[in-house]
Design a protein around this ligand. Structure first.
Ligand SMILES: C[S@@+](CC[C@H](N)C(=O)[O-])C[C@H]1O[C@@H](n2cnc3c(N)ncnc32)[C@H](O)[C@@H]1O
Length: 225
């Protein structure tokens, strides 16, 4: 059994947020739900790579920062300019990023291409944040473990058709909306397909602790103007 160290902990009206280190592995627990660890980050990075070529990117939420890192890596690889807006519900997690509590969070907080905001990404997608009007060429959402395993019950609205239409409305022509899910989600894919026929599902197999998990990213693209 590896040592478990608490790097940071806070209590919020929504529940506890805990950042931990187990050996070399970082873990994030939000509202009593295991949100993310750094054992296997390929699907979160894959989500970031979907922003390939995008000049303006919105990421919700920050988590441990691996999706944000992948967006930056992709821009470095392609040698293009990118501006990344990250909206994270937990202000304390944003503060821990600024304090550099883990290397990946520190990178998100210090890279000049990234702006970190605290708040509910649903508010941004509904157009109710004047400082974040959009549009974005890529909107990447990973705020739960998917629509079937919510971190916060209120996030349910993000995956219902009105919430998805809000998000789609903030995507620039030619851009993409991508949503990480811990399992393929036929209802989410169907809702996206009702919004735009470009809806697609990308499955991503991951081996963890001797088991195979099939994660999915559901996407929809806006036609070019
Ligand atoms: C699964 S983690 C994201 C993992 C991230 N993709 C990464 O690479 O580390 C989910 C994050 O979304 C945040 N979150 C949950 N609901 C949110 C909301 N409505 N708006 C913004 N952030 C939210 C959580 O606090 C948590 O930091």
């Amino acid at each position: 059994m590896q040592d478990l160290a608490t790097l940071a902990r806070s209590s919020t009206p929504r529940g506890e947020v805990v950042l931990r280190q187990r050996g070399s592995v970082e873990e994030l627990v939000v509202n009593g739900t295991f949100a993310m660890d750094s054992t296997e980050t390929s699907s979160e990075r894959e989500l970031g790579r979907l922003a390939r070529g995008a000049g303006r990117v919105l990421v919700g939420g920050l988590g441990l920062g691996y999706t944000v890192a992948a967006v930056l890596d992709e821009a470095d690889r392609g040698a293009y300019a990118v501006a990344v807006d990250v909206v994270e519900l937990e202000a304390d997690l944003v503060a821990w990023a600024h304090e550099g509590r883990t290397p990946t969070l520190a990178r998100a907080a210090t890279d000049p291409r990234v702006r970190l905001f605290s708040g509910d990404v649903a508010t941004v997608l509904a157009g109710r944040r004047k400082d974040l009007p959009g549009p974005w060429d890529a909107i990447l959402l990973d705020v739960d473990n998917g629509p079937d395993f919510l971190i916060h019950a209120a996030n349910d609205a993000l995956y219902a058709e009105p919430g998805l239409r809000d998000a789609y409305a903030r995507v620039a022509p030619g851009g993409v909306l991508a949503i990480w899910c811990q399992a393929p989600s036929p209802p989410l894919l169907a809702a996206l397909a009702r919004i735009d026929p470009s809806a697609r599902e990308r499955r991503h197999e991951v081996q963890r602790e001797g088991r195979t998990f099939t994660y999915a990213v559901e996407t929809v693209r806006r036609p070019r103007a």
